[in-house]
Design a protein around this ligand. Structure first.
Ligand code: FES
Length: 96
């Protein structure tokens, strides 16, 4: 799209990727609406889901969850844009 109107491109992007996303935390099966970019850990707290934490800097992996199949540290990961519900799978690690 050469010479496309930047405002129209932003509008198209917002239609494709709304600013709020539905997160489904498993295995608790709790859902919450989250803002794109909101820390995953904060969205979990609002959903009433407890995720263990440690360093809060992305190095200890205590807060690791699976976000649509990809392992991420929830303390440093923002909610990604999506036009469909995002599944967040919690681990239960007996060593933590
Ligand atoms: S709390 Fe240590 S990586 Fe998130």
């Amino acid at each position: 799209m050469r010479n496309a109107d930047p405002i129209a491109l932003i509008a198209l992007h917002l239609l494709r990727f709304p600013m709020t996303v539905t997160l489904r935390f498993l295995p608790d099966d709790k859902t919450v609406q989250a803002e794109v970019g909101e820390p995953l850990l904060e969205a979990a707290k609002r959903a009433g889901v407890s995720i263990p934490t440690g360093c809060m800097q992305g190095s200890c992996h205590a807060c690791e969850v699976e976000l649509d199949g990809e392992e991420v540290c929830s303390c440093i990961t923002g909610v990604p844009p999506s036009d469909t519900e995002i599944k967040v799978e919690l681990y239960s690690d007996p060593t933590w």
